[in-house]
Design a protein around this ligand. Structure first.
Ligand SMILES: C[S@@+](CC[C@H](N)C(=O)[O-])C[C@H]1O[C@@H](n2cnc3c(N)ncnc32)[C@H](O)[C@@H]1O
Length: 251
């Protein structure tokens, strides 16, 4: 594994460990992706779209959430998949997994469902068998990966033939100034690591996916997200630079 990949992951892991343990907004202490509204289990939502809302989850499906965080989308998907279905969340940050597992206890008590599992792992090396999932979702995570093409190859491997992937994520509409590209806070805030839109869609296609289409496409306010002196100063340079998109693709 490349050294810079390890470094990037540990910077991202540290940022999200802080968010998970302090259960703070993204702006307190470390930058992270998206706002943090409380959902039904009190879990953090660090999202930039609504992949579950765009997915036609049916009873009995196996759903895999890449970078499940505190479990927000997992807990929305699980009642839709029902007791005969399964929802698996994968995340690399132990503190996030702890939060997700605490939330799972409350979720199971509230719903009586036992169809959710959280696994520790990298989205570039998914801890699932080939063709295990009917549906893959992900919400504001792939941009944080140091190897996005590997994530989409893994998603393709993990999907059953005919299976669907619905990903919400940040993409760039133009190049960022070099100082911002290297800015760790802006990376953890889901902007500096984002791919150009055509490269993102190209990586999905190169992994083998078909029927690729945009389900949502909105401007993402990248500048001044966290009263950070660098991003604040760069506010103008970042205006219109990023979008939050939701992409559909099929195996
Ligand atoms: C912005 S949060 C999104 C969490 C969740 N999807 C949501 O919408 O609330 C990003 C999450 O992805 C995880 N993550 C980032 N890079 C990852 C990687 N390479 N492998 C596994 N998990 C990763 C982080 O630990 C964090 O929990």
């Amino acid at each position: 594994m490349k050294v810079h990949h390890t470094k990037t992951r540990s910077m991202v892991r540290k940022a999200y460990a802080t968010v998970a343990t302090k259960a703070v907004s993204c702006c307190s202490g470390s930058s992270c992706c998206g706002p943090a509204p409380a959902a039904s289990e009190g879990e953090l939502g660090l999202s930039c779209g609504n992949p579950v809302g765009f997915s036609k989850i049916k009873k009995g499906m196996t759903v895999l959430d890449l970078g499940s965080g505190a479990g927000k989308d997992v807990f929305i998907a699980a009642p839709l998949a029902g007791p005969k279905g399964r929802v698996i969340g994968v995340d690399m940050t132990p503190e996030m997994l702890k939060l997700a597992k605490d939330n799972l206890l409350k979720f199971s008590k509230r719903t009586g469902l036992q169809n959710v599992e959280f696994r520790k792992g990298l989205i570039e090396e998914l801890p699932v068998k080939d063709c295990e999932a009917d549906l893959i979702i992900s919400n504001c995570v792939v941009n944080l990966s140091p190897d996005k093409p590997a994530v989409f190859r893994e998603a393709f491997r993990a999907l059953k033939p005919g299976g669907v992937m619905v990903v919400s994520d940040i993409v760039l509409n133009r190049e960022l100034p070099p100082a911002l590209k290297k800015h760790a806070g802006l990376y953890a805030a889901c902007v500096a690591g984002a791919l150009q839109r055509k490269d993102y869609l190209g990586a999905i296609k190169a992994a083998g996916f078909k029927g690729i289409k945009l389900l949502a496409d909105k401007a993402y306010r990248a500048g001044g997200t966290c009263s950070d002196p660098i991003t604040d100063k760069a506010g103008k340079a970042l205006d219109g630079a990023a979008s939050s998109i939701t992409v559909y693709a099929r195996k």
